[in-house]
Design a protein around this ligand. Structure first.
Ligand code: T4K
Length: 412
């Protein structure tokens, strides 16, 4: 427990945690079941190329999501690229800037212009009014992002897409296992894309999938992810190598068996954070709607600096010193990263909400790697820091805030 300023590790005290607590520590299912499957894979000598584990995994995911087709892929980024290509998107595609850079790169990689749209101040997903203003004759599609697992305003987006004859897809990298108005995420738009990266609450080490109810699109995507092969020695389409391998699929099958357990832990953690921080002035925990299915995999705090006095970055700095490696997902916004900041140097002017949000949110550790007592300690550090904000602020300036406590994290 920190009771004096000098107890804080940033001022020379002992770090609260001896081991680093990460955001995105993988959840791993039953080890014996996993190793049994590894042995079976080795006995079968079938390691990739639409093997039996991949086929089983695709069936399980399609059933869980309630869609006709799941095409498993090597990662979420390639799944996005292939879905974009199969949907024949060209010219300009509108998406939020408040997302992981892969959402934008998947477009630019194939020379489609990502047009960054602002987000709604309530949901932090695409602002539908702003979106309609950004449609031009070159626009061919919209990519909604279910940021932190919270669904987009899906019905409104469907309305806009159909009114303007645009394709609609979703980057559902954060949305696996969630629902919108009782229907599982994955079943909306022309297609949705999941990421099963190690840092997601459900992982296949690396992995992703496109899910869709469109038979023709699914066939095209299956061809594209396997070089365009239609049977042996017969290529009928341009393609790439987007295949999921057998190890990833068996990891996925094993982790699927623990999915409910992972969600339960995430919900418990979310409620614990919520309880511990409810009385701390200037802090809002980004809300997850527990009436819907929800994976609660991102614990995101939002700071109102007029009340916390300490900025988001100062609090992150204090936490990092205590070995709590909080992350600024998704700072500074895609529009402020290359190549987009050179292509569109003034795009921040039309993204006022995004510009505000990226400066005030902070993601904290959750998942099976963390216990409620750890959460209580993290919350105590935050609350102690805010209670003593003025003193800490003065003292912090004596220290080098530009020091990188974790590689790549530099105070701004
Ligand atoms: N769209 C959206 C909206 C996304 O968020 C993502 C990915 C994608 C598309 C693309 O999907 P993928 O192609 O990745 O399937 C991470 C992930 O690499 C990325 O998958 C994820 N979003 C993004 C939000 O986070 P980094 O660069 O922040 O990851 P990194 O390496 O710093 O890892 C985070 C923490 O997790 C580390 O502090 C340590 C811990 N960790 C990580 C790994 C890989 C572990 O404890 N064990 C591990 O094996 O991007």
């Amino acid at each position: 427990m920190k009771t004096r300023l000098d107890d804080l590790a940033v001022f020379g005290g002992l770090p609260e945690f001896q081991e680093k607590l990460h955001v995105g520590r993988p959840n791993i299912g039953n080890r014996e079941r996993l190793l049994d499957r590894v042995n079976l894979m080795l006995d079968r000598k079938w390691l990739t190329n639409n093997g039996p584990f991949v086929q089983e995994f695709e069936r399980r995911v399609a059933d869980l999501v309630g869609v006709k087709h799941c095409i498993a892929m090597c990662n979420g980024t390639v799944a996005l690229e292939i879905a974009i290509r199969a949907l024949d998107l060209k010219g300009e595609v509108i998406l939020p800037s408040l997302t992981f850079i892969a959402s934008a790169h998947a477009l630019q990689w194939q020379e489609i212009t990502p047009v960054f749209c602002d987000v709604d101040p309530e949901t932090y997903t695409l602002d539908t009014l702003c979106l309609e203003r950004m449609i031009t004759p070159r626009t061919t599609g919209i990519i909604g992002v279910h940021l932190w697992g919270r669904p987009c305003q899906i019905e409104a987006l469907e309305g806009i897409a159909s009114k303007h004859g645009l394709k609609l897809m979703f980057d559902a990298a954060h949305g696996f296992g969630g629902s919108y108005k009782g229907k599982m995420i994955g079943g909306f738009g022309n297609a949705e894309v999941f990421s099963f990266h190690a840092t997601k609450f459900f992982n296949t080490t690396e992995g992703g999938a496109v899910v869709t109810n469109d038979d023709e699109l699914a066939t095209k995507i299956r061809l594209m992810k396997n070089f365009g092969f239609y049977g042996m020695d017969n290529v009928i389409y341009i393609g790439t190598n987007g295949k999921m391998n057998e190890f990833s699929a068996l990891m996925g099958l094993t982790n699927l068996e623990s999915l409910e357990h992972f969600v339960k832990i995430n919900k418990t953690n979310y409620l614990c954070y919520s309880d511990e921080l409810k009385a701390v002035p200037g802090i809002k925990l980004i809300h997850h709607d527990l009436r819907e299915k929800c994976n609660c995999q991102y614990i995101v705090l939002e700071f109102d600096e007029s009340l916390t006095i300490l900025s988001r970055d100062e609090i992150a700095h204090i936490l990092h010193a205590e070995n709590v490696l909080a992350r600024r997902y998704f700072y500074p916004g895609c529009h402020r990263m290359e190549p987009y900041k050179s292509y569109f140097p003034h795009s921040g002017l039309v993204l006022p909400e995004t510009e505000k949000i990226v400066k005030k949110v902070l993601s904290l550790p959750t998942g099976t790697a963390i216990e409620p007592q750890d959460i209580k300690k993290i919350c105590h550090i935050i609350s102690f820091a805010i209670q003593n904000a003025s003193d800490i602020k003065g003292k912090l300036t004596e220290y080098d805030l530009k020091r990188e406590l974790i590689p790549g994290f530099r105070m701004t």
